[in-house]
Ligand binder design. Structure first.
Ligand code: ATP
Ligand code: MG
Length: 567
């Protein structure tokens, strides 16, 4: 976990789930134990939505002196891969959580799950059904109409056992038969209308069990039983599973299992301007709409890490959002706020000029380079100071100069004096242009008496600009980002279009002629700094020793007003 306690809410949070669990403990339910689990399906990389479930499960267990299991729900071999298992583990550790020895795979229980299904068949509570998926749909009924019993519902226990065994042996084709629970085709809850427990997936390779199995358990069957096998006490899941709770309980009750966890549902995290479905995110990766799962615009943990979002900020965000029973959408700006707040306290300040305009200080000695003392972090005096080279030719930000300044523009203009941060006051004497009339250089004078950035005669300037020395600064690429989607709800698109309709064409912009202060040479991938007046920037893995590449994590201020207008 973070050793920076100020990043975390100091007091233990309270919500309806913690209240319920505390009450269970008070009453001695589950012997007072608390065991939770985070059960990802390894069919993609973790996204910010998952972190809500991760933070909740791990934090609740820790607060209550319990444990939290990491269990891969790997019951769907066609979509799952080892790459995803590894990335999920890596991301959870990066977030700051530890499952210790409690790493499990639902696939480790395939044998037990098969036996449980046999047990249900023996008890007359499950049967083999030969309806096609189309017939199955027709028999299922609707919310207002009851379903119809399958003609195979009355099969004898012996016949069911024989067919199920032969399903296991791989005798039947994919889709030709399933095992269903025998519950109630007229149940008002669709999930209870003889749900499928096992299906055939013949000849599919599973990332852990290989070709061993031709049948695979359905999520609803595997999940409650995996929870029970692991002696989970509280099975926390999102609201969509509310209608699955009766089935969760039915299976464990019919099998008369002693370990019967309590399922509790909470509202999932929805973020504005963000898609949070692994299936869609995978589609974006496969279609090349982003550079990969770790594209800094992706809502994945790997993308956010690369972008420069620190785990502490993501955890603070999840804590701040809290746990409720009501679905709502959180503004992306709120996550950015947490990121900004963290880096404001922790990121060293540097100077970088993203759109350089040369400035020649005409009264500064040609061959002189002096070291200017600069403060590393005004929020953290212990961060100390550094020196930055100053010389006759500097770069300032092109946008910090206007030849014909509008009324409220206080930065550099002809005849005007401004401060160069930590260095000197300069006054612009001359604007040099090329044949096309473009400004290519400014010629300025500096006042040596203003060393350190203050005038001894008390004269004031209205602007302070950042700068770098032309000769000593180093070139860098800077990638600046906007939300990947312009629409607040990217899936809410006109008929006939898909989510790509709401992709933001300006979500990435690469600035390739930036200049950064020489102190950044040798920065490591993942290092995050504040470029004064610009925002927080993180060294990208594409960096080489000769060419730094930075990602803008967040701006210094909330820029959402602008996005809202565009959207
Ligand atoms: P996806 O559609 O992205 O695959 P999922 O729920 O199918 O989401 P799982 O890997 O099955 O993904 O999810 C693992 C856990 O994460 C589940 O307990 C699920 O409820 C939780 N989870 C997933 N998305 C969110 C979210 N947006 N908010 C809170 N919890 C979530
Ligand atoms: Mg899923």
């Amino acid at each position: 976990m973070s050793n920076d306690s100020t990043d975390e809410a100091a007091t233990a949070s309270s919500d309806f789930i913690r209240t319920m669990i505390r009450e269970d403990r008070r009453q001695g339910r589950f012997g007072g134990r608390v065991v939770t689990r985070f059960p990802p399906e390894p069919n993609g990389y973790l996204h910010i939505g998952h972190t809500k479930a991760i933070c909740l499960n791990f934090a609740v267990a820790k607060e209550m002196g319990g444990t939290c299991h990491l269990r891969f729900d790997d019951t769907n071999p066609s979509a799952e891969e080892v790459e995803y298992v590894d990335s999920i583990k890596n991301d959870i550790r990066w977030l700051g959580f530890d499952w210790g020895e409690n790493l499990f795979f639902a696939s480790d229980y395939f044998g037990q799950l098969y036996d449980y299904a046999v047990d249900l068949i023996r008890r007359g509570k499950a049967y083999v059904c030969d309806l096609s998926s189309e017939e199955h749909r027709q028999h299922r009924g609707t919310l207002t109409e009851p379903g119809i019993d399958s003609p195979y519902r009355g099969r004898s226990v012996e016949e069911n056992l024989d067919l199920f065994e032969r399903m296991k042996q791989g005798e039947f084709e994919t889709g030709s038969r399933v095992v269903r629970a025998k519950i109630d085709m007229a149940s008002p809850i669709l999930t209870m209308r003889d749900p499928i427990l096992f299906r055939i997936q013949k000849g599919v390779h599973h990332h852990r069990t290989g070709a061993e199995w031709h049948i695979y358990p359905m999520y609803d069957f595997a999940h409650c039983l995996s929870d029970s096998i692991e002696n989970i006490t509280h099975s926390l899941c999102t609201l969509e599973f509310l209608d699955h709770r009766p089935l969760y309980d039915w299976i464990l009750d019919e099998l008369e299992l002693e370990s019967h966890p309590q399922q509790i549902e909470f509202a999932r995290l929805n973020l504005s301007h963000t898609v949070m479905s692994k299936r869609i995110l995978r589609g974006m990766v496969e279609r090349g709409l982003v550079s990969g799962w770790d594209d800094p615009r992706m809502p994945t943990l790997s993308g956010m890490r690369r972008r420069g979002y620190p785990p502490q900020a993501i955890r603070s965000f999840c804590e701040g959002v809290g746990v409720t029973k009501k679905n709502n959408t959180i503004q992306l700006a709120r996550l950015e706020f947490n990121v900004r707040e963290h880096w404001n306290r922790h990121a060293p300040r540097k100077m970088a000029v993203l759109d350089p305009l040369p400035v020649v200080i005409t009264n500064y000695p040609d061959d002189q380079v002096e070291e200017i003392e600069a403060i590393n972090n005004p929020e953290d005096p212990s961060a100390g100071t550094r020196s930055v080279p100053f010389s006759r030719v500097l770069f300032i930000e092109r946008g910090d100069f206007r030849e014909d300044p509008p009324r409220k523009f206080f930065r550099l203009a002809p005849g005007r004096e401004v401060r160069l941060r930590y260095a000197y006051f300069i006054t612009c004497d001359e604007v040099v242009k090329n044949a096309d009339g473009e400004i290519v250089e400014l010629r300025c004078r500096y006042d040596p008496a203003t060393h350190g950035g203050d005038a001894p005669d008390g004269r004031k300037v209205k602007a302070t600009l950042h700068w770098v020395s032309a000769e000593q600064s180093v070139r860098a690429d800077v990638r600046v980002y906007e939300p990947l989607f312009s629409a607040e709800d990217p899936l809410d698109v006109p008929e006939g279009e898909d989510f790509t309709a709401s992709l933001n064409p300006d979500s990435i912009r690469v600035l390739s002629d930036c200049r950064v202060e020489p102190g950044l040479v040798g920065a490591s991938v993942g290092d995050t700094v504040q470029f004064e007046r610009q925002g927080y920037f993180t060294v990208d893995p594409d960096s080489t020793p000769d060419a730094l590449v930075f990602n803008r994590a967040v701006t210094l201020r909330d820029t959402w007003a602008k996005v809202a207008k565009k959207g």
